[in-house]
Design a protein around this ligand. Structure first.
Ligand code: ACO
Length: 328
Protein backbone atom coordinates (compact mmCIF):
# COMPACT_ATOMS: atom_id res chain seq x y z
CA UNK A 1 0.00 0.00 0.00
CA UNK A 2 1.19 3.51 -0.77
CA UNK A 3 -0.07 6.97 -0.12
CA UNK A 4 -1.52 9.76 -2.17
CA UNK A 5 -1.30 13.50 -1.61
CA UNK A 6 -4.79 15.05 -1.51
CA UNK A 7 -3.60 18.60 -0.95
CA UNK A 8 -0.69 20.70 0.21
CA UNK A 9 -0.45 24.06 1.90
CA UNK A 10 2.02 26.54 3.26
CA UNK A 11 2.41 29.67 5.27
CA UNK A 12 5.37 31.99 4.76
CA UNK A 13 5.56 35.07 6.98
CA UNK A 14 5.76 38.42 5.20
CA UNK A 15 8.83 39.84 6.91
CA UNK A 16 11.97 39.23 4.82
CA UNK A 17 15.41 39.22 6.45
CA UNK A 18 18.24 39.68 3.95
CA UNK A 19 21.93 38.86 4.29
CA UNK A 20 22.52 42.58 4.43
CA UNK A 21 20.36 42.77 7.58
CA UNK A 22 22.73 40.37 9.38
CA UNK A 23 25.73 42.58 8.63
CA UNK A 24 24.17 45.09 11.04
CA UNK A 25 24.09 42.66 13.99
CA UNK A 26 27.07 40.28 13.53
CA UNK A 27 30.37 40.33 11.65
CA UNK A 28 29.38 38.73 8.37
CA UNK A 29 28.87 39.55 4.70
CA UNK A 30 26.46 38.76 1.89
CA UNK A 31 29.36 37.18 0.03
CA UNK A 32 30.21 34.75 2.89
CA UNK A 33 26.61 33.71 3.44
CA UNK A 34 25.86 33.13 -0.25
CA UNK A 35 29.13 31.29 -0.90
CA UNK A 36 29.02 29.07 2.22
CA UNK A 37 25.25 28.39 2.40
CA UNK A 38 23.44 29.51 -0.79
CA UNK A 39 21.08 31.62 1.34
CA UNK A 40 19.99 35.17 0.47
CA UNK A 41 16.76 35.72 2.39
CA UNK A 42 14.58 34.16 5.05
CA UNK A 43 11.19 35.02 6.56
CA UNK A 44 10.55 35.65 10.25
CA UNK A 45 7.47 36.31 12.36
CA UNK A 46 6.49 37.06 15.94
CA UNK A 47 3.36 34.89 15.62
CA UNK A 48 2.90 31.81 17.79
CA UNK A 49 3.87 28.57 16.07
CA UNK A 50 0.28 27.29 16.29
CA UNK A 51 -0.98 30.28 14.29
CA UNK A 52 1.50 29.49 11.52
CA UNK A 53 0.47 25.83 11.65
CA UNK A 54 -3.22 26.74 11.46
CA UNK A 55 -2.67 28.92 8.38
CA UNK A 56 -0.75 26.18 6.55
CA UNK A 57 -3.39 23.59 7.53
CA UNK A 58 -6.26 25.77 6.27
CA UNK A 59 -4.38 26.34 3.03
CA UNK A 60 -3.94 22.57 2.55
CA UNK A 61 -7.61 21.86 3.35
CA UNK A 62 -8.69 24.49 0.84
CA UNK A 63 -6.38 23.10 -1.86
CA UNK A 64 -7.64 19.57 -1.18
CA UNK A 65 -11.28 20.70 -1.21
CA UNK A 66 -11.80 19.10 2.21
CA UNK A 67 -13.45 20.17 5.45
CA UNK A 68 -11.60 19.92 8.80
CA UNK A 69 -14.22 17.30 9.73
CA UNK A 70 -12.86 14.99 6.99
CA UNK A 71 -9.55 14.62 8.83
CA UNK A 72 -9.16 11.69 11.23
CA UNK A 73 -5.54 12.21 12.30
CA UNK A 74 -3.36 15.30 12.67
CA UNK A 75 0.40 14.86 13.03
CA UNK A 76 2.40 18.00 13.79
CA UNK A 77 6.15 18.36 13.68
CA UNK A 78 8.01 21.22 15.32
CA UNK A 79 11.03 22.07 17.45
CA UNK A 80 9.42 25.37 18.45
CA UNK A 81 6.18 24.36 20.08
CA UNK A 82 4.51 27.21 21.96
CA UNK A 83 3.87 25.06 25.01
CA UNK A 84 5.59 22.16 26.72
CA UNK A 85 2.12 20.70 26.84
CA UNK A 86 -0.42 20.47 25.17
CA UNK A 87 0.97 19.48 21.80
CA UNK A 88 0.89 21.77 18.79
CA UNK A 89 -1.36 19.24 17.04
CA UNK A 90 -4.03 19.48 19.77
CA UNK A 91 -4.07 23.27 19.61
CA UNK A 92 -4.43 23.23 15.81
CA UNK A 93 -7.13 20.53 16.00
CA UNK A 94 -9.18 22.83 18.23
CA UNK A 95 -8.40 25.96 16.25
CA UNK A 96 -9.51 24.54 12.89
CA UNK A 97 -12.42 22.55 14.34
CA UNK A 98 -11.15 19.13 13.22
CA UNK A 99 -13.14 17.44 15.95
CA UNK A 100 -13.00 13.98 14.35
CA UNK A 101 -9.21 13.94 14.40
CA UNK A 102 -6.82 12.35 16.85
CA UNK A 103 -3.87 14.74 17.23
CA UNK A 104 -0.30 14.54 18.50
CA UNK A 105 3.23 15.79 17.79
CA UNK A 106 6.39 14.18 16.52
CA UNK A 107 9.88 15.43 17.37
CA UNK A 108 12.48 14.43 14.82
CA UNK A 109 13.94 17.90 14.20
CA UNK A 110 14.54 18.78 10.55
CA UNK A 111 13.82 15.21 9.38
CA UNK A 112 10.42 15.16 11.09
CA UNK A 113 8.21 15.61 8.03
CA UNK A 114 9.62 12.39 6.58
CA UNK A 115 9.06 10.65 9.93
CA UNK A 116 5.49 11.95 10.01
CA UNK A 117 4.82 10.76 6.47
CA UNK A 118 6.21 7.35 7.34
CA UNK A 119 3.96 7.23 10.41
CA UNK A 120 0.99 8.40 8.35
CA UNK A 121 1.65 5.54 5.93
CA UNK A 122 1.40 3.07 8.82
CA UNK A 123 -1.76 4.67 10.24
CA UNK A 124 -3.37 4.59 6.78
CA UNK A 125 -2.63 0.86 6.63
CA UNK A 126 -4.44 0.62 9.99
CA UNK A 127 -7.63 2.18 8.71
CA UNK A 128 -7.22 5.95 9.07
CA UNK A 129 -8.58 7.71 6.00
CA UNK A 130 -7.28 11.26 5.70
CA UNK A 131 -4.24 12.42 7.63
CA UNK A 132 -3.16 16.04 7.93
CA UNK A 133 0.56 16.52 8.52
CA UNK A 134 1.67 20.01 9.55
CA UNK A 135 5.28 21.07 10.01
CA UNK A 136 5.50 24.50 11.61
CA UNK A 137 8.70 26.11 12.79
CA UNK A 138 9.38 29.52 14.27
CA UNK A 139 13.14 29.10 14.46
CA UNK A 140 13.62 32.82 15.05
CA UNK A 141 12.41 32.11 18.61
CA UNK A 142 15.38 29.85 19.36
CA UNK A 143 18.03 31.51 17.22
CA UNK A 144 21.01 33.08 18.97
CA UNK A 145 21.37 36.38 17.11
CA UNK A 146 24.84 36.94 18.59
CA UNK A 147 26.22 33.75 16.99
CA UNK A 148 27.06 34.44 13.34
CA UNK A 149 27.67 30.78 12.58
CA UNK A 150 24.03 29.87 13.22
CA UNK A 151 21.87 33.01 13.11
CA UNK A 152 22.22 33.51 9.36
CA UNK A 153 20.86 30.05 8.64
CA UNK A 154 17.34 29.95 10.03
CA UNK A 155 13.90 31.20 9.07
CA UNK A 156 10.24 30.67 9.99
CA UNK A 157 7.66 28.80 7.88
CA UNK A 158 4.92 26.20 7.98
CA UNK A 159 3.99 23.54 5.45
CA UNK A 160 1.11 21.06 5.42
CA UNK A 161 0.11 18.00 3.47
CA UNK A 162 -3.03 15.84 3.52
CA UNK A 163 -2.56 12.20 2.58
CA UNK A 164 -4.73 9.17 2.01
CA UNK A 165 -3.96 5.58 1.03
CA UNK A 166 -3.37 4.46 -2.54
CA UNK A 167 -2.51 1.32 -4.45
CA UNK A 168 0.90 2.73 -5.29
CA UNK A 169 4.09 1.89 -3.43
CA UNK A 170 5.81 3.77 -0.59
CA UNK A 171 9.16 2.98 1.03
CA UNK A 172 11.19 4.71 3.71
CA UNK A 173 14.58 4.52 5.41
CA UNK A 174 14.97 6.19 8.80
CA UNK A 175 18.02 6.28 11.06
CA UNK A 176 19.30 7.73 14.32
CA UNK A 177 22.74 8.38 15.79
CA UNK A 178 22.16 9.56 19.35
CA UNK A 179 25.89 9.84 20.00
CA UNK A 180 25.64 13.05 17.96
CA UNK A 181 23.02 14.57 20.30
CA UNK A 182 25.55 17.12 21.54
CA UNK A 183 26.28 18.51 18.06
CA UNK A 184 22.91 20.20 17.65
CA UNK A 185 20.57 21.05 20.49
CA UNK A 186 18.53 23.72 22.26
CA UNK A 187 17.86 23.66 25.99
CA UNK A 188 14.42 24.40 27.29
CA UNK A 189 14.35 27.90 28.85
CA UNK A 190 12.94 26.28 31.99
CA UNK A 191 15.57 23.59 32.20
CA UNK A 192 18.40 24.52 34.48
CA UNK A 193 20.48 21.46 33.68
CA UNK A 194 23.18 22.37 31.17
CA UNK A 195 23.78 19.94 28.36
CA UNK A 196 27.46 19.57 29.20
CA UNK A 197 27.76 15.94 30.18
CA UNK A 198 28.23 14.93 26.57
CA UNK A 199 29.44 18.24 25.19
CA UNK A 200 32.80 18.45 23.56
CA UNK A 201 34.85 21.02 25.57
CA UNK A 202 36.30 22.38 22.34
CA UNK A 203 32.84 23.09 21.01
CA UNK A 204 31.97 24.81 24.24
CA UNK A 205 34.97 27.10 23.78
CA UNK A 206 34.09 27.72 20.18
CA UNK A 207 30.46 28.51 20.83
CA UNK A 208 30.27 30.65 23.96
CA UNK A 209 26.47 30.52 24.09
CA UNK A 210 26.38 26.76 24.33
CA UNK A 211 24.96 26.80 27.85
CA UNK A 212 22.47 29.56 27.38
CA UNK A 213 18.97 28.11 27.73
CA UNK A 214 16.51 28.40 24.91
CA UNK A 215 18.76 29.00 21.92
CA UNK A 216 20.05 26.61 19.32
CA UNK A 217 23.64 25.41 19.55
CA UNK A 218 25.24 23.73 16.55
CA UNK A 219 28.64 22.31 15.72
CA UNK A 220 28.20 23.11 12.02
CA UNK A 221 31.16 21.13 10.71
CA UNK A 222 30.08 17.91 12.47
CA UNK A 223 26.48 18.28 11.33
CA UNK A 224 27.69 19.00 7.80
CA UNK A 225 29.68 15.75 7.63
CA UNK A 226 26.75 13.75 9.00
CA UNK A 227 24.34 15.44 6.61
CA UNK A 228 26.12 14.62 3.37
CA UNK A 229 26.48 10.93 4.09
CA UNK A 230 23.02 10.64 5.72
CA UNK A 231 21.29 12.25 2.71
CA UNK A 232 22.75 9.89 0.14
CA UNK A 233 22.50 6.84 2.41
CA UNK A 234 18.82 7.50 3.23
CA UNK A 235 17.84 8.03 -0.39
CA UNK A 236 19.73 4.97 -1.64
CA UNK A 237 18.23 2.82 1.10
CA UNK A 238 14.68 4.06 0.50
CA UNK A 239 15.11 3.48 -3.26
CA UNK A 240 16.34 -0.05 -2.66
CA UNK A 241 13.34 -0.83 -0.44
CA UNK A 242 11.04 0.64 -3.08
CA UNK A 243 12.70 -1.44 -5.80
CA UNK A 244 14.21 1.44 -7.74
CA UNK A 245 17.42 3.45 -7.90
CA UNK A 246 18.12 7.17 -7.27
CA UNK A 247 18.59 7.68 -11.04
CA UNK A 248 14.96 6.62 -11.53
CA UNK A 249 13.63 9.36 -9.25
CA UNK A 250 11.98 12.19 -11.18
CA UNK A 251 12.22 14.67 -8.34
CA UNK A 252 13.89 14.95 -4.94
CA UNK A 253 12.82 17.38 -2.23
CA UNK A 254 15.66 17.61 0.30
CA UNK A 255 15.93 19.41 3.62
CA UNK A 256 17.26 22.92 2.90
CA UNK A 257 20.16 23.28 5.36
CA UNK A 258 22.97 24.32 3.05
CA UNK A 259 23.19 24.41 -0.75
CA UNK A 260 26.63 22.81 -0.52
CA UNK A 261 25.14 19.83 1.36
CA UNK A 262 22.57 19.34 -1.42
CA UNK A 263 25.28 19.68 -4.08
CA UNK A 264 27.52 17.15 -2.33
CA UNK A 265 24.65 14.68 -1.89
CA UNK A 266 23.75 15.06 -5.59
CA UNK A 267 27.38 14.37 -6.49
CA UNK A 268 27.56 11.33 -4.21
CA UNK A 269 24.37 9.96 -5.76
CA UNK A 270 25.60 10.74 -9.28
CA UNK A 271 22.53 12.89 -9.99
CA UNK A 272 22.25 16.32 -11.58
CA UNK A 273 21.47 19.15 -9.15
CA UNK A 274 18.42 20.01 -11.30
CA UNK A 275 16.72 16.86 -10.00
CA UNK A 276 16.67 18.45 -6.51
CA UNK A 277 14.12 21.05 -5.48
CA UNK A 278 15.92 24.08 -4.01
CA UNK A 279 14.41 27.19 -2.42
CA UNK A 280 17.12 27.80 0.18
CA UNK A 281 18.02 31.18 -1.35
CA UNK A 282 14.56 32.54 -0.48
CA UNK A 283 13.68 30.89 2.84
CA UNK A 284 16.84 29.47 4.45
CA UNK A 285 16.56 26.52 6.82
CA UNK A 286 13.07 26.23 8.29
CA UNK A 287 13.73 22.85 9.91
CA UNK A 288 10.94 20.32 9.37
CA UNK A 289 8.90 22.86 7.37
CA UNK A 290 11.41 22.86 4.48
CA UNK A 291 10.13 19.70 2.79
CA UNK A 292 6.35 20.32 3.00
CA UNK A 293 6.85 23.95 1.95
CA UNK A 294 8.80 22.60 -1.04
CA UNK A 295 5.99 20.14 -1.81
CA UNK A 296 3.38 22.90 -1.61
CA UNK A 297 5.39 25.13 -3.95
CA UNK A 298 5.86 22.29 -6.43
CA UNK A 299 2.15 21.47 -6.17
CA UNK A 300 1.17 25.08 -6.85
CA UNK A 301 3.47 25.07 -9.89
CA UNK A 302 1.78 21.90 -11.21
CA UNK A 303 4.94 19.84 -10.78
CA UNK A 304 3.55 17.02 -8.63
CA UNK A 305 2.56 14.98 -11.65
CA UNK A 306 0.72 11.65 -11.12
CA UNK A 307 2.90 8.67 -11.98
CA UNK A 308 6.19 10.48 -11.21
CA UNK A 309 8.49 9.04 -8.58
CA UNK A 310 9.48 11.42 -5.80
CA UNK A 311 12.12 11.17 -3.08
CA UNK A 312 12.07 13.18 0.16
CA UNK A 313 15.12 13.34 2.41
CA UNK A 314 15.92 15.12 5.66
CA UNK A 315 18.36 15.11 8.56
CA UNK A 316 18.71 17.03 11.77
CA UNK A 317 19.16 17.20 15.52
CA UNK A 318 19.27 13.84 17.20
CA UNK A 319 21.11 13.18 15.07
CA UNK A 320 18.42 11.74 12.82
CA UNK A 321 17.86 11.20 9.13
CA UNK A 322 15.01 9.96 7.01
CA UNK A 323 14.34 9.35 3.36
CA UNK A 324 11.25 8.10 1.56
CA UNK A 325 10.25 7.32 -1.99
CA UNK A 326 6.74 7.08 -3.44
CA UNK A 327 4.86 7.35 -6.68
CA UNK A 328 2.67 10.44 -6.99
N1 ACO B 1 29.93 35.10 8.39
C1 ACO B 1 31.26 35.17 8.29
N2 ACO B 1 32.08 34.22 8.79
C2 ACO B 1 31.51 33.18 9.41
C3 ACO B 1 30.11 33.05 9.56
C4 ACO B 1 29.31 34.08 9.03
N3 ACO B 1 27.96 34.06 9.10
N4 ACO B 1 29.85 31.90 10.22
C5 ACO B 1 31.01 31.32 10.48
N5 ACO B 1 32.03 32.10 10.00
C6 ACO B 1 33.46 31.86 10.06
C7 ACO B 1 33.84 30.98 11.23
O1 ACO B 1 33.94 31.75 12.41
C8 ACO B 1 35.16 30.45 10.77
O2 ACO B 1 36.14 31.42 11.03
P1 ACO B 1 37.58 30.96 11.59
O3 ACO B 1 38.14 30.08 10.51
O4 ACO B 1 38.26 32.25 11.78
O5 ACO B 1 37.27 30.20 12.85
C9 ACO B 1 35.01 30.34 9.25
O6 ACO B 1 33.88 31.16 8.91
C10 ACO B 1 34.76 28.94 8.76
O7 ACO B 1 33.79 28.33 9.63
P2 ACO B 1 33.19 26.92 9.34
O8 ACO B 1 32.27 26.56 10.47
O9 ACO B 1 34.25 25.96 8.95
O10 ACO B 1 32.31 27.26 8.05
P3 ACO B 1 31.58 26.25 7.12
O11 ACO B 1 32.04 26.42 5.77
O12 ACO B 1 31.55 24.87 7.71
O13 ACO B 1 30.09 26.81 7.16
C11 ACO B 1 28.01 26.25 8.19
C12 ACO B 1 29.38 26.84 8.39
C13 ACO B 1 27.28 27.05 7.15
C14 ACO B 1 27.24 26.30 9.50
C15 ACO B 1 28.16 24.78 7.73
O14 ACO B 1 29.05 24.09 8.58
C16 ACO B 1 26.87 24.03 7.70
O15 ACO B 1 26.01 24.27 6.87
N6 ACO B 1 26.69 23.01 8.56
C17 ACO B 1 25.53 22.20 8.59
C18 ACO B 1 24.37 22.92 9.16
C19 ACO B 1 23.15 22.07 9.10
O16 ACO B 1 23.02 21.22 8.24
N7 ACO B 1 22.18 22.22 9.98
C20 ACO B 1 21.03 21.37 9.86
C21 ACO B 1 20.34 21.15 11.01
S1 ACO B 1 19.59 22.59 11.61
C22 ACO B 1 18.33 22.09 12.61
O17 ACO B 1 18.17 20.94 12.93
C23 ACO B 1 17.37 23.14 13.11
Amino acid sequence: MGLKILGTGLYLPEKVVTNEDYTKIVETSDEWIVKRTGMKERRITGEPTWVMAKKAAENALENAGLSPLDIDLILCTTVTSDYITPSLACIVQGAIGAKNAVAFDINAACAAFVYALDMAHMYLANGYKRILIISAEALSKITDYTDRSTCVLFGDAAGACIVTSSEKKFASALGTDGTGANTLFARRPLNDIPFVEQADPQSVDHFPDVNRPGVLYMNGREVYKFAVSAMSHALKDACEKFGTSPEELDLIVPHQANLRIIQSAAKELGLPLERFFVNIDKYGNTSSACIPVGLAQLDAAGKLIPGKKIGLVGFGAGLVYGGCVFEL
